[in-house]
Design a protein around this ligand. Structure first.
Ligand code: ATP
Ligand code: MG
Length: 249
């Protein structure tokens, strides 16, 4: 599935401290029409593919940082939940987790790493967003060994047990040309949705990420071209957070 997702009409801004201001470009009543419609089409395509292939555990990744993975992950969950699906969003970016910021959850909340270290059960850390109608597991404390944790047997059994409770489990991950986390996790997932930023990605970075994923036998089920410029009317619709670009190690 190759899929185009329009730009939300918003540009990143620099904060007073010159860090990049990151925003959740949420699909809402005030978002540009094309932006909202694009997510509906993405949802429909995923529902069609899931009906025939039982795709449930889906990874969102891209080649390089900042291509919109986390935005796509959140908005896809909103869109699927609006469609009556039971959805769990897991922040599997254990290096630079952002979902707690985008969703305004305090960093101190226990999350995935607490489950994977055996300190907590999923039921203890799942956060229910009653207004958006989906559940979230934040990343938790940043660990020294993210790829090992994501590929662990405990991660696999956690996903298997949660899979019986949800229609979709959407996993946000780090960029696949930079670190192995998404590739490692892909062994435990049903499919990978590959985000390609219209503005940031290069053919080389996308090819390298694809190679890394394929080397791990990832099932890449679709590509999402994110952020092409529609010159649409921009109205303020999202939450935003100041965020400094960092480097994946
Ligand atoms: N379709 C879009 N239109 C306009 N801006 C967008 C779009 N998608 C993402 N962005 C912006 O790009 C920035 C990065 O988005 P996001 O955090 O989702 O990227 P990411 O790929 O998850 O980054 P990282 O690799 O660091 O995890 C955010 O400020 C977000 O608002
Ligand atoms: Mg992200």
């Amino acid at each position: 599935m190759a899929f185009k997702l329009a730009g939300s009409g918003k540009k990143e801004k620099k904060s007073k401290t010159h860090s990049i201001v990151r925003k959740l470009q949420i699909i809402s009543k005030n978002a540009p029409f094309q932006y909202v419609e694009a997510y509906k089409t993405l949802r429909t395509n995923i529902n069609f593919m899931s009906a025939s292939n039982n795709y449930k555990k889906l990874i969102i990744t891209s080649s390089i940082p900042g291509e919109g993975k986390s935005n796509v992950a959140v908005n896809l969950c909103i869109s699927l939940a609006e469609n009556g699906k039971k959805v769990l969003l897991i922040d599997c970016d254990l290096r630079k987790p952002m979902l707690h910021k985008y969703l305004r959850i305090t960093r101190r909340t226990s999350g995935l790493t607490n489950i994977l270290s055996g300190e907590a059960n999923p039921a203890d850390v799942i956060i229910r967003f009653s207004d958006l109608n989906f559940d979230v597991i934040t990343a938790g404390v940043i660990p020294p060994n993210p790829a090992e944790l994501l590929g662990s047997a405990r991660m696999g059994s956690m996903l298997d047990s949660l899979a019986s409770q949800y229609d979709y489990i959407i996993m946000d991950t780090p960029p696949a040309s930079v670190v192995t986390d998404a590739a490692v996790l892909s062994a435990l997932a049903d499919g990978v949705l590959f985000v390609v930023s219209h503005a940031n990605a290069t053919i080389e970075s996308a090819q390298l990420a694809k190679k890394n994923l394929e080397a791990a036998n990832a099932n890449i089920i679709g590509a999402i071209l994110n952020g092409f410029d529609l010159k649409s009317t921009s109205r303020d619709s999202g939450y935003y957070y100041s965020y400094e670009y960092g480097y994946y190690k």
